[in-house]
Design a protein around this ligand. Sequence first.
Ligand code: ADP
Length: 569
Amino acid sequence: MIVAIMASVYCYFINRYVMIRDFLLSSNLGAIVKYPQEKRKDRPTLENEVAQLKSENALLHTIITSLPGLVYWKNTDGVYLGCNMNEARLLGFSSPDEMVGKRNADFLTAPLAAHLDALDQQIIANSEEVIVEEKNVDDPSSAITYLSHKIPLKDSSDRVVGVAGVSFDITERKQMEEDLKIAKEEAEAANIAKSMFIANMSHDIKTPLTGIIGISELLTYRLKEDNLEFAEALLTSSRQLLTFFESCLEISKLESGDLTTSIETFELEELVDAIEFLFQPAIKAKSLTITTHFDKKLPRYLTGCRAGIYRILLNLIGNAVKFTPTGTIQIHVTLQEMSLPTEARVQFIVEDTGIGIAQENQKRIFERFTRISPSYKGTYEGHGFGLYIVEMFTKKMGGSVEVKSSIGQGSQFIVTLPFQVQQASEQAKLPAAKKIRNVINPKSPIKILLVEDNIVAQRIQKALLTSIHCDVDIAESGEKAIEIFKPGFYQLVFMDIGLPGMQGDIAAMQIRKMEEGTSHHVPIIGLTAHNVDGNDNDFTVTGMEHILSKPLSREDAIYIIGEYCSGAH
Ligand code: ADP
């Protein structure tokens, strides 16, 4: 039996020996193993064969003894048949020969020996190799961990005759893994704390800033001459500060990966309309024209990152409006490719007849903070964030962006993005976007319900709306709004979304419930302290027509009332 096991162990290691010998022969160390081969050529006698085998055996023995890690092999009864020097020393012996014939129980505690023997028996029974991390079960405080690879030892007729194993001390690596895990947990906790800090700071800075913007806007139509100029300067500066602050927040979120790019199904035409809508006041003020061309082949609904495409178009159309003193802005949306029945590449072109961008600057404009006409030169406001945000979102969504432009001729920004497409049957189930017009008596003031909890914001918005011929009732909470709302009484509701107690979206749903069974449908415009990022789709589900970012400007209010209360003109 012992002879069979020895033969098996010999076979196991002889293969490795041959590999090592071949390696040595091909290297400078070849001299060590060349000798027996040369001898064989000279004297092919039995004596020579024996000498050669002895020599090879000695070499094999030397290699195994000095192998790194712990190497050991045992028979099916758990009796050691051999090991390397490291294993012998670890277990208190001065040479591997002293280990032969011993069992785990001879030098390990009973529980540890039983634990190791049980694993050996499992390997023998299943005839399967095992890779396992092993700790000293006797001493849980001992930090030493071994990574062991144990195999069933087989003889020439493939019978399992024992177990051979190699173990490496991986304590340091385990400690590193543990340290990394702790560092990762700490980094995650710090990241959550940072996000919470940013969210709180965002709210704490935006609320008073919104108040400053509102009051300065009120002053611009209450003051005259010199004082009016000061008020206008105050309004411009506070708006710039708010835009800058919002861009910083957005970039910080984009770079830290905090910005959600959740996938949803949306109606593309409705999304482009919503963005156009936001720019209507500025377009009217500059007497520009804007037209949108939709490819008839485009599917009505697309599935993708709605917030991403919203931010991309918001920045591109915003720039087109900003950098075009006169002329037109055209938006082309084309189906570029339908690679599978369910995948589409859509191209968005935002084209203007504005000031244009010189060839040498066209790469630079996508870099953070880069502005071709810096703010200290005064003509155009901005912080050089917009196109950086466009490029970041485009990359995140797996698309591309390029610019074609020449000075004085206008610019063309071309964005191509991949989307998923719903099956026609699925598309039919999705709700169509609503557009509501409310006919009112133009001679009487427009009845508005303003739902707002912040006292400063209440006063500012009431004054602003009153100045454009609205009769405003205030509800300081969602609950109060439900209490005073009567279907058919108000022509428009401005609803703060972040209310204490009943949130604005819930109050909007309650209003829709109250209207059920009546012929009334009041337009509800949500106001949020957060950036409107295209996820306003979630709110339109609650029954709101639109979501606007606070503060509500006079221009926006006039435009909204004009759009939704057509009798107001
Ligand atoms: P911002 O508009 O805030 O300055 P952007 O990153 O959006 O920042 O744009 C960077 C620069 O690229 C702008 O300052 C402007 O010089 C140039 N630019 C962007 N869009 C246009 C455009 N449609 N027409 C002319 N110049 C543009």
